[in-house]
Design a protein around this ligand. Sequence first.
Ligand SMILES: [Zn+2]
Length: 197
Amino acid sequence: MPLMRRQTFSQSRNIPNSRLQEAAVTLSRLWALVLRQAKQNLMLTPPAFTSPPPANKWDKRFLSLAEEVAKWSKDPSTKVGCVIVDPDTNRVMGVGYNGFPRGMCDHKELYEDRETKYSRTIHAEVNAVLNSNRTENCTAYVTAPPCTNCALTLIQSGIQRVVSVAPSRDLLSRWGESINKTKGFFAEVEVEYEEIE
Ligand SMILES: [Zn+2]
């Protein structure tokens, strides 16, 4: 009988039939896995003409946009811009630049007196947060490293990544200590911070 012969055959090599069956099941499972993976790979591989742009292309674009926004500031000496972006869709959630609050007098002479100016100015990052539809898990693009107060606001608003134009030597000599503190704050809460030349 064929069944008997098969049993004899496997027994002659000291391999129980149950082990052979197990091996066959494992093999067929593996084969199914290989086939499934191959099918997924085929589906996931994009055609050559749709290859994504380099990752930092969008960073550069949004930093350029932040630099454009900075020009809208009426402050004659310090112009800072901030753009908040949803990194999943690359959609702009809001923008901000340094200036006085809406409705407050913003005559030129008020910007000329340093003390008056500082006491009335809202920084670009805070304005951007206030103007944004959403900030949670977003990226903030800034034209200069945030001051410590703005860093705290960005952290509290749920920003996950901050990309800044690398500070000039002059800016570093005046604000180096504050910038280092900002970097420490971001590191403490694992907000990614990057400076781009
Ligand atoms: Zn600030």
